[in-house]
Design a protein around this ligand. Structure first.
Ligand code: NAP
Length: 267
């Protein structure tokens, strides 16, 4: 039985990774900042990767670490704390989830950083993993359906909804990502592996229209031109991975499952 630590094992992706690892007979430890009830073959440990509290105990005895913990800022520091502890503990495989475009979206100016600093923070965390001295695997994924839904819900509260002009997204189902991540976790360290993206790309406006239609709502959609080099890269499709459209569930299918709404095909 393999002993695996999953950071972020309470999050959208991490929860699915934990369930899949448990289903194939792994013993899973989940790191969380809050105390949680464990279960058969799942142990929860409290720790905070930002402050480094509890991390040494969390990595102890873990042969493999799947690093799914993340937030909009500071993933480099979280990764640093994790790899330091993991190196001391002698982990034999570190698996990291990053984002498609991390290496192609330049975060140069203050404007870039304010809007798209997340991509720089993921790239910096990727480098921490590469430089860790641990055997590693990194997978980059496109935006998860759940994230797009959260953003669409928030935006739809506005009477007129601004969307970034020229941006496209290729949303992927987090369970498709979890399946790939688990396969990689149970394999040998593989370095940077091919990206994973959803089955098709949509304009930002089409994603929003799909959500509005599913909710029987109407809103005026207003394209907004975003400044900066990062926005330019996004307009050029740096966040897409057309050659790796391997996800199985479309945005429309996700909306049907999540909102119980009629199937829609975006214009
Ligand atoms: N969402 C996307 O569209 C997307 C796309 C590509 C890649 N990714 C990457 O995939 C990973 C998972 O994303 P997600 O959307 O599933 O995340 P999520 O649902 O927002 O969950 C975040 C997870 O990170 C943990 N976490 C956050 N800060 C932490 C800290 N300081 N110490 C310990 N744990 C911490 C949280 O645990 P507790 O709250 O229990 O402490 C939670 O389990 C992230 O690295 C993200 O960058 C996401």
């Amino acid at each position: 039985m393999q002993h695996i630590l999953v950071t972020g094992g309470t999050g959208t992706l991490g929860r699915l990774v934990v369930a899949r690892l448990r289903d194939v007979g792994c013993k899973v430890r989940v790191l969380s900042r809050r105390s949680r009830e464990g279960g058969e073959d799942i142990e929860f440990v409290i720790g905070d990767l930002a402050t480094d509290e509890g991390i040494e105990a969390a990595v102890e005895g873990a042969e493999i670490i799947v690093h799914c913990a993340g937030s909009s800022k500071g993933d480099e520091d979280k990764a640093l704390n994790l790899v330091r502890a993991a190196s001391r503990a002698g982990a034999r495989h570190l698996v990291y989830i990053s984002v498609v475009g991390a290496d192609r979206i330049p975060v140069v100016s203050g404007v870039d950083r304010a809007m798209f600093g997340y991509f720089a923070s993921k790239l910096a965390a990727e480098r921490v993993v590469v430089d860790s001295g641990l055997p590693w695997t990194t997978l980059r994924a496109t935006q998860f359906h759940d994230l797009i839904l959260t953003v669409a819900r928030a935006m739809a509260k506005l009477p007129v909804v601004p969307v970034p002009a020229g941006f496209r997204f290729q949303p992927v189902d987090p369970d498709d990502v979890a399946a790939r991540l688990v396969q990689l976790t149970l394999g040998e360290p593989a370095g940077q592996v091919p990206d994973i993206g959803g089955p098709r790309a949509y304009t930002a406006a089409d994603l929003l229209r799909g959500y509005l239609h599913a909710n029987h709502r109407r809103r005026l959609i207003m394209p907004v031109w975003l400044p900066g080099q990062a926005a330019r890269a996004l307009r050029a499709g740096a966040n897409l991975t057309p050659d790796h459209a391997d996800g199985t569930r479309t945005w429309e299918d996700f909306l049907v499952d999540r909102l119980g709404s009629p199937r829609v095909v975006p214009t």
